[in-house]
Design a protein around this ligand. Structure first.
Ligand code: ASP
Length: 462
């Protein structure tokens, strides 16, 4: 179907156009019917009156969200009819042809508001309608543009985009795993990746040198405004790079990407705080450096936080990693790590990127020698057997000339939340989970039928 994006009509006065989209609003003024026609690009007004003859009768039947095609002429609006609020407010369409492509029942939720005050359950049950809102369309467009610009930047820098498995062995990122039973291996389970951490490091062992992926990650954790079971991240890893070099490269990427999208960054180069300074100054390792004025102007206040403790005591009194067990200790603390001394003083090469109060990225230089990685798990109280069973493949891989390497992951949702000024992750994902952990539109999680349970060698105890 040949068609013109609706907002282009603003530059096509006097021309004939073919438009297709949804009836956003229909206003009936007796002899005149105004239809606000909506497509992905925006809205335009189509005017039906006695002069449009039999089209008027068809227009009379139209209701909200019906799908129509209109061929018509773009006219300049009379001065007093100009609407400065919309992009096409200086023009209107005089129809020559009107075709109903599909009807719609009355939508179960209003679509001509920004949707913020509608309950989450209804919005997500009818997500395909909810997504018709310009605000959500804008957020998905921002997301797509952000990823596109990241890709362009990374390809220019010689990165390779590589996909890694979803059905896999566990990778610890501090959450519970989602698991998938194996039909062919009774009683055994895959884990969905909490991140591609191990695979990306194995790609460095494989000699790829510069990797990235728009990676899907799965973490079974308590849901919050900025956390879902699933999120996507720009996952990167580079060989032969140190902490400072990596932070510089990453900062360049973020700067090029967000400035390219028209945003203003508060301070460049990004300010850097040690974890200790951040806690002393802000009482937390993520903080908002914006003034009220910055907030009103959509300014992005990035900052780095580094020099985190490698370990902390978990609830059961054992040492556990604060960020990432695969990290390299700060060079001056490697000896402590290897000997298991001064554990509470060992700092890691972790760097977190903070923006407007969110942690929008985090990474580290990695341990690339088997004994370093093994020492981390030893401190965490793992025995040799346990280490071997869970991470033997990494220790083995590191025996064969693993290059020094480091990387980062940028949570896509949190980055888009900061760009769009949204407070909830669900506003920047197409089909998010509800806050009680159920899927949008489709009814999951759900029960399996007996046959499937049997095939998977599962018995349900209630
Ligand atoms: N694997 C880390 C994460 O997903 C990021 C990284 O260290 O590269 O948070």
């Amino acid at each position: 179907m040949e068609r013109t994006p609706i907002t282009e009509t603003k530059n096509l006065i006097g021309k004939e156009v073919n438009l297709a989209g949804w009836v956003h609003v229909r206003r009936d003024h007796g002899k005149i019917i105004f239809i606000d026609l909506r497509d992905r690009s925006g809205l335009a007004q189509v005017v039906f009156g006695p002069w449009t003859k039999d089209l008027y009768e068809t227009a009379n039947q139209l209701r909200s969200e019906w799908v129509i095609r209109v061929r018509g002429t773009v006219k300049e609006r009379p001065e007093k009819m100009i609407n400065a609020e919309i992009e096409t407010g200086r023009v209107e369409i005089e129809p020559l042809e009107l075709e109903i492509l599909n009807k719609s029942e009355t939508p179960p939720l209003p679509l001509d508001t920004d949707g913020a005050d509608i309950d989450e359950e209804s919005r997500l049950k009818y997500r395909y309608l909810d997504l018709r809102r310009p605000r959500l369309q804008k957020n998905l467009r921002l997301r797509s543009e952000f990823i596109d610009r990241v890709r362009q930047f990374l390809f220019k820098k010689g990165f390779l985009e590589v996909e890694t498995p979803i059905l896999s062995a566990p990778t610890p990122e501090g959450s519970r795993d989602f698991v998938v039973p194996s039909r062919l291996n009774p009683g055994k389970f895959f884990a969905l990746p909490q991140s591609p951490q191990q695979y990306k490091q194995l790609l460095m062992v494989a000699g790829l040198e510069k990797y990235f992926q728009v990676a899907r990650c799965f973490r079974d954790e308590d849901l919050r405004a900025d956390r879902g079971f699933e999120h996507s991240q720009i996952d990167m890893e580079v060989s032969f790079i140190d902490q400072e070099e990596f932070m510089k490269l990453d900062e360049e990427m973020i700067t090029v990407v967000v400035e390219g999208m028209g945003y203003k960054i508060k301070q460049k180069p990004f300010p850097v705080f040690t974890y200790k300074e951040a806690i002393e100054k802000f009482g937390a390792d993520k903080f908002d450096l914006r003034t009220e004025e910055d907030k009103n102007n959509g300014v992005l206040a990035y900052a780095w936080v580094k020099d985190f403790p490698f370990f902390e005591k978990s609830d059961d009194g054992e040492w556990t990693f604060t960020h990432n067990p695969f990290s390299h200790a700060k060079p001056e603390h490697v000896d402590w790590l290897l000997s298991g001394e001064h554990v509470d003083e060992i700092l890691t090469t972790q760097y977190d990127l903070v923006c407007n109060g969110f942690e929008v990225g985090g990474g580290s230089i990695r341990a690339h020698k088997p004994e370093m990685l093994k020492a981390v798990f030893k401190i965490m109280g793992y025995g040799d057997k346990e280490i071997d069973a869970q991470f033997g493949h990494m220790l083995e891989a590191f025996k064969y000339g693993a290059p020094p390497h480091g990387g980062i992951a940028h949570g896509i949702e949190r980055n888009i939340m900061t760009l769009a000024g949204e407070n909830y992750l669900r506003e920047v994902q197409a089909f998010p989970q509800t806050s009680s952990g159920r899927t949008s539109v489709m009814d999951a999680p759900n029960e399996l039928d007996k046959k499937q349970l049997k095939e998977l060698h599962l018995k349900i105890e209630k």
